[in-house]
Design a protein around this ligand. Sequence first.
Ligand SMILES: Nc1ncnc2c1ncn2[C@@H]1O[C@H](COP(=O)(O)OP(=O)(O)OP(=O)(O)O)[C@@H](O)[C@H]1O
Length: 302
Amino acid sequence: MTTWYDEAFRPGSEIKGKWNGRVYVVERLLGAGSNGIVALVRRGSARFALKAGYETVDHQSEINSLLAISLKDNSFKNFLIDADDMIVQGKGISFYVMRYIEGVTLSDFIHKRGQDWIYVIGSNLLRKLTEIHKSGYVFGDLKAENMIVSNYGDVDLIDFGGVTSKGRAIKQLTEVYDRGFWSMGERVAEESYDLFSFAILLLKSLDHRKRFTGFIKTLPQNRELDHLTAIMKENPVAAQLAPFLNKALHGEFRTSEEASIYWRKLLAGKKVAYSTLKLPWLKICFAASLFICGATIYVFWG
Ligand SMILES: Nc1ncnc2c1ncn2[C@@H]1O[C@H](COP(=O)(O)OP(=O)(O)OP(=O)(O)O)[C@@H](O)[C@H]1O
């Protein structure tokens, strides 16, 4: 039996908004999760990501959250392009259209470019969190699957289903990233909640031994932060970040802005060699500047 999404998301098929009347042509599926299904679509020459929700209420709440954090003049502005309903097999299905982010998962990025990139990625992710926190919200379900990394460590967050107003109960979470799972605090939307998940995200991506899958199976009384400290001792990049990670895990940062300042100071103090990062554009810029310099000499003195 063909499901509504097989029909709606077949490459080449058109999705027409019932209320706004905009038409999108499906290129291909990008992914599916517990809340919805996402496709790469085209409108004219522009490409977008279109997400159709399984549950109307959850879907609407995701749109509202996205709208709320994009009201301020920040990088989320204009992320949400359209929100409408489509009719598939006689049924109304809600969808929203957002910016299409080209990139890879955090683990793929690190695997390809090296663990040192975590310094840049971490700094960019902290900036994103700060923007959300300044809007009066927390991201809630921060995890590697909810971010896309592109170019030179640029970070984009996707999946806004967990975004929660500060002070409210966290509405969507993933076990190992949740401080409640580790008995390290309440499931309340505070900046420190996201910062705990941020620390787990970094540790998980640096852990060669993939211990986090095992943690899910442990009994609550056996989930100790000592397991995480072991990763900090074994991995040189995690060891550099240990003072930051420990503070984030223990809820010692009140705000993400405070955490960002600490991050920068820590890495400046440790003299993290950004030059060790493989930055091809530096080489390109260097070659370009040599060429321009040569051309100028030729034009003026030739
Ligand atoms: N804006 C975007 N640009 C590019 N790809 C995207 C975008 N939004 C989502 N995706 C892709 O679609 C997949 C599913 O999206 P999303 O995580 O929002 O679904 P979900 O149902 O909320 O998932 P979960 O079960 O993790 O809650 C993502 O893993 C990602 O690969």
